[in-house]
Design a protein around this ligand. Structure first.
Ligand code: ADP
Ligand code: MG
Length: 395
């Protein structure tokens, strides 16, 4: 018989909002959002990224039930969604169930026999701010189903299933970084991920005395997706010109500054600038990892400013609000590094800030931002935390 008794909640492992939905036979998974320190627009060029999981997460409680029903609940939106394991179709009315159903669909496509369950999702990651709340939700249910059904998929397999759920079911073309960072995150470390081979290495990132501050421009330009496609094409065009002479070149990952100077600069100056940014960014990221190994946060932070300037001037995916936010902290001795984060044309800047200066910084930049743009500046202060984990086993 199915038990409906609610267990006494452990608030240290999941948020109180989830407690009414956790039963004796529920398991609960925590899966965090992510930041990316350096390595922007490098993923689709077979390059490197340097993400980390954060201390804001999505939580998914799953309870097995008799029969074929899937009953989903959003504790944040106060909405329900009901279907069966045989009818995993995209909901046109609400978007949130799709991030969950898309992953269930991946299990089915991997020939797993699903059985009925109730699932509740809640989270503390701001939605749509560029901290990848969507990947967190996908990784949470992927991990939960893997545990519940004892399917034995590896973390990397779960990451790929979560990414495919977002690509194929939700219909958002995203790379693998977000899901990878959510699943593989490690406290006080960033992940150097090679987007070509998916090899990865943890680099130490000491959070002692510092905080990551995300300053949310509140801007969402419609340009973002069209310009993203244009940048991808420009990178491909650069590669195809270089390939005519250097046949071994597969992507910008294989391109050197000398090749750029020789083959792109004289004939296609705009493509040259785009490609130069990507080539520099990969080198910058590798050098930044050396900074981390030495514990040289100042040098690391300076590279974040360099990334921003490359994105703004050469790759041209910034906007006046993001440039303003980086300029506002550039000469502040309490800010080690700052840059726009994500695809561009809006979203957040990521800042490494001395812990004692965080509040004042948010206050003063917020005032300046309001004066210039008449927009309230939202800020999120985060730490680097562990990736996806089970926070409640079946009792
Ligand atoms: P981002 O991933 O940058 O936060 P997206 O637009 O990719 O932004 O994903 C946000 C969507 O993910 C939300 O609109 C919602 O459908 C889903 N989502 C994220 N967090 C939650 C949550 N806590 N509860 C329900 N749905 C969520
Ligand atoms: Mg997302």
């Amino acid at each position: 018989m199915e038990t409906q008794k609610t267990i006494s909640p452990d608030y240290t492992s999941y948020p109180a909002a989830l407690a009414p939905f956790v039963r004796e036979n529920s398991l609960v998974v925590r899966s965090p959002g992510r930041i990316n320190l350096i390595g922007e627009h490098t993923d689709y060029n077979d390059g490197f990224v340097l993400p980390a999981a954060i201390d804001k997460a999505a939580y998914f409680a799953i309870t097995p039930t008799e029969g074929d029903f899937i009953k989903l609940h959003s504790a944040d939106f106060h909405e329900d969604y009901k279907t069966t394991i045989h009818e995993l179709r995209k909901s046109e009315k609400n978007s949130w169930p799709n991030y969950l159903l898309g992953v269930a669909d991946q299990f089915k496509k991997a020939c797993v026999t699903l059985s009925g369950f109730e699932g509740t999702i809640t989270g503390e990651i701001p939605l749509g701010a560029g901290l990848s709340s969507s990947a967190a939700v996908e990784c949470a249910i992927a991990f939960a189903l893997n545990e519940l059904l004892q399917t034995g998929f590896s973390k990397l397999q779960l990451v790929k299933m979560a990414q495919r759920a977002e690509n194929d079911f939700v219909g958002v073309r995203c790379g693998i970084m977000d899901q990878f960072a959510s699943m593989f995150g490690l406290r006080d470390h960033v992940i150097r991920l090679d987007c070509r081979s998916l090899d990865y290495e943890y680099e130490p990132f000491r959070m002692e005395g510092i905080r990551m501050v995300l300053l949310d421009s509140g801007v969402k330009h419609s340009l973002a997706s069209s310009e993203y496609n244009v940048r991808r094409q420009q990178c491909e065009e650069g590669v195809s010109i270089i390939q005519k002479k250097y046949a071994e070149v597969q992507s910008l990952r294989d391109v050197t500054q000398t090749m750029l100077d020789e083959l792109l600069l004289p004939v296609v100056p705009l493509i040259y600038r785009r490609c130069k940014y990507v080539v520099e960014e990969n080198l910058r990221l590798l050098a930044a990892c050396e900074d981390l190994k030495k514990g040289d946060m100042k040098s690391f932070g300076n590279k974040m400013f360099d990334t921003h300037h490359g994105l703004s001037r050469d790759y041209e995916v910034s906007c006046s609000e993001l440039d303003f936010l980086v300029d506002a902290v550039q000469n502040n001795p309490s800010v080690l590094g700052s840059r726009m984060m994500g695809g561009g044309f809006g979203g957040c800047t990521i800042n490494i800030v001395n812990e004692g200066a965080v509040e004042e910084l948010i206050q003063s930049v917020g005032e300046m931002y309001f004066q210039s743009f008449r927009k309230e500046l939202k800020a999120y202060v985060v730490k680097i935390e562990d990736g996806t984990s089970l926070v409640r086993h079946i009792g």
